[in-house]
Design a protein around this ligand. Structure first.
Ligand code: SF4
Ligand code: SF4
Length: 185
């Protein structure tokens, strides 16, 4: 842990609870969420450690962690929590805060992937995988990794050259509403 805590006024817990809509403060550190997390072995902080650091107000440690960007939103932690805490929503909230507060990211690829994914969904109403991959590669500069798999995936119909659009207007309205909710009153 790098951050030295001088004073914790509970502001981080309140903000994460507001954004996630779940009772972060109810966590009693049983670690059940961490033991069920499929990404846990690759994370720099386990989900239970994230929860504790949020309690402690260690904003920098949490927002600059790799874990919040590695989280796959699989919700295994959420289903295991005896306190009914939606830990996956907490991870979402922390990603939002990291972007909003311009946290220094240990590895920007997760955030670049997120942006590429959301931009594809906003544009097409659903994800257009090939377009999203191209956008991600342009953002990240990671141009050549995995390109050898593209012909195989195209051949098996896992990727398409053309986007399939669906409910574009509704999805864009949803993004617009989310953006309005995020704007300060
Ligand atoms: S939602 Fe994220 S933190 Fe929770 S189990 Fe899945 S990968 Fe781990
Ligand atoms: S499972 Fe729930 S109560 Fe247990 S450490 Fe994780 S968040 Fe806290």
């Amino acid at each position: 842990m790098t951050e030295v805590l001088q004073w914790n006024d509970g502001a981080l817990v309140r903000e994460v609870e507001r954004l996630s809509g779940t009772a972060v403060s109810a966590c009693f550190q049983c670690h059940k969420c961490s033991t069920g997390c499929p990404i846990g072995p690759d994370m720099d902080l386990l989900s239970s450690q994230i929860m504790r650091l949020v309690h402690l107000g260690a904003e920098q440690d949490v927002l600059e962690s790799q874990a919040i960007w590695l989280c796959a939103s699989c919700e295994a932690c959420t289903t295991r929590c005896p306190q009914g805490i939606d830990i996956a929503a907490v991870m979402d909230a922390l990603r939002m805060l990291a972007v909003e507060r311009k946290a220094a990211l240990p590895d920007a690829h997760g955030e670049q992937f997120n942006r590429s994914f959301l931009s594809s969904v906003r544009h097409h109403g659903r994800v257009f995988e090939l377009g999203m991959m191209a956008a991600y590669k342009l953002r990240s500069g990671d141009v050549f990794s995995d390109v050898d798999k593209v012909p195989q995936m195209l051949g098996k119909g896992k990727l398409s050259f053309w986007p399939r659009r669906s409910n574009v207007k509704q999805v864009r309205d949803m993004f617009r509403r989310a953006q309005q909710e995020d704007e300060p009153a």
